[in-house]
Design a protein around this ligand. Structure first.
Ligand code: IMP
Ligand code: MG
Length: 179
């Protein structure tokens, strides 16, 4: 295990199984529709790549980058669009893939934006859900794991752009962000 990690919260095996299930649910919902699967950069990339490989329906892939976080470990409450999607989403079914829903600001704003652009439907799949932290009235259509209010890294999630490449989800030692 990485020396900055206090403990592993979700193992590689648990991730593999649950992500497969998430993809099966999305495929069942959108069979016959060729949805646009949109990954929210950068946190979702690892989840996204496992998720799409388990989707057995035709899909269009796209990405966007937004952030509600600065470089630290608490939300700034503001959303910034850093990279938009290339796809015209008018009339399309959208599957948004996100690493974690925390305050809910990111997903609430993103969902609103796709409906404003004329999307036919917006389905949200999240890897992690911090229910206890919600400030905005939004829930994912499918969430893989509920977690407590702890700062986690790995499987795409970062702390100051580090640890995204860990193959598991782990809790960072508080000493790492206290220094
Ligand atoms: P929200 O807009 O407050 O729901 O924040 C969602 C974003 O906050 C996620 O896409 C992550 O980038 C970031 N975030 C929230 N909690 C964590 C965490 O525990 N570890 C790493 N990033 C997190
Ligand atoms: Mg993110």
């Amino acid at each position: 295990m990485h020396p900055d990690i206090e403990r592993v919260l979700i193992t590689e095996g648990e991730l593999r199984e649950k992500v497969k299930e998430a993809a099966e649910m999305a495929a069942a919902r959108y069979r016959g529709s060729n949805p646009v699967v949109i990954g929210i950069l950068k946190g979702s990339i690892v989840f996204y790549s496992d998720f799409i490989r388990n989707l057995d329906i035709p899909v269009t892939l796209d990405f966007m980058a937004v952030s509600s976080y600065g470089s630290g470990s608490s939300s700034s409450g503001q959303l910034r669009m850093k990279k938009d999607v290339d796809t015209d989403v008018k009339g399309r079914d959208i599957v948004i893939v996100e690493d974690i829903i925390d305050s809910g600001l990111t997903l609430m704003e993103v969902k609103k934006m796709f409906y404003a652009r004329g999307a036919n439907s917006v389905y949200i799949v999240t890897l992690l859900n911090k229910r206890g932290r919600r400030e905005y009235d939004i829930e994912p259509d499918y969430n893989c794991f509920d977690i407590e209010n702890e700062f986690v890294v790995g499987y795409g999630l970062d702390y100051n752009e580090r640890y995204r490449n860990l193959p598991y989800v782990g809790i960072l030692k508080p000493s790492v962000y206290q220094k």
